[in-house]
Design a protein around this ligand. Structure first.
Ligand code: OGA
Ligand code: MN
Length: 217
């Protein structure tokens, strides 16, 4: 049966974007898409996430229970808040729905066995970074595809904060966190966030090969 996919906006039907992302991910293990959000959606989400940060709803992210706060800060400096799709502000629902459609499309075309996804809002204050790491490791073995949607209006090269992907040992790719841009990559690919010289906002998530409730078992 033909699926009806909801368009992002009149100019960029989701189906076309999903096709592009699937083919880039399968060829290169990463994909970058600009204007993933319509200008209205971008404004709405950007303002909301900024408000969450201003009202201090974001908390310092950790890297594991054993680590001290000091060590955490030398590795990653971001503040996060998880998004719970069961009990969420309506404002995130269109984006979450779109990520689910994209996930279903990746399953049908790339056979990744994706079942669910987890998402958080992230904010990097000035002069913070996230050292080179992978998103899929023993504690997060179910992460298959990572995605980051940037919410920075008027990002300039001097603002830093690039996402650097290392697809192979001799390859390096810098992606500026430009508003509306969606970066996706396989979660076992090494990557880092370079020092940001301006507050840096995003919505970051992981497509999982297991239902989210089960990953905590
Ligand atoms: C992460 C991460 C990349 C980015 O949160 O694990 O690598 O560009 N984020 O924010
Ligand atoms: Mn990461």
């Amino acid at each position: 049966m033909r699926q009806h996919l909801r368009p992002f906006d009149s100019s960029a039907p989701l189906r076309l974007t999903a096709e592009k992302i699937a083919s880039e991910l399968s060829q290169n293990s990463y994909s970058v898409t600009d204007q993933f959000l319509s200008p209205d959606e971008f404004e709405t989400l950007k303002d909301y996430v900024k408000k969450l940060k201003e009202e201090e709803h974001l908390k310092k992210a950790g890297i594991g229970k054993q680590q001290s706060f000091q060590i955490d800060r030398e590795i990653r400096g971001d503040y996060i808040r998880w998004i719970d799709p069961q009990n969420e502000e309506e404002i995130f629902l269109p984006l979450l729905e779109r990520m689910r459609i994209l996930m279903d499309y990746l399953n049908r075309t790339c056979f990744l066995g994706l079942k669910d996804f987890e998402t958080h809002v992230a904010y990097y204050p000035e002069n913070t970074f996230y050292r080179r790491h992978v998103d899929r490791f023993q504690q997060n073995a179910h992460r298959v595809v990572s995605f980051v949607l940037y919410l920075n209006a008027d990002w300039k090269p001097d603002d830093g904060g690039e996402l650097v992907l290392y697809p192979t040992d001799d390859q390096l790719l810098e992606i500026a966190p430009v508003g509306g841009r969606l970066a996706m990559f396989l979660s076992d690919m090494p990557h880092e966030v370079l020092e940001s010289y301006s507050g840096r906002y995003s919505i970051t998530g992981w497509m999982l090969n297991q239902l989210k409730e089960l990953t905590f078992l």
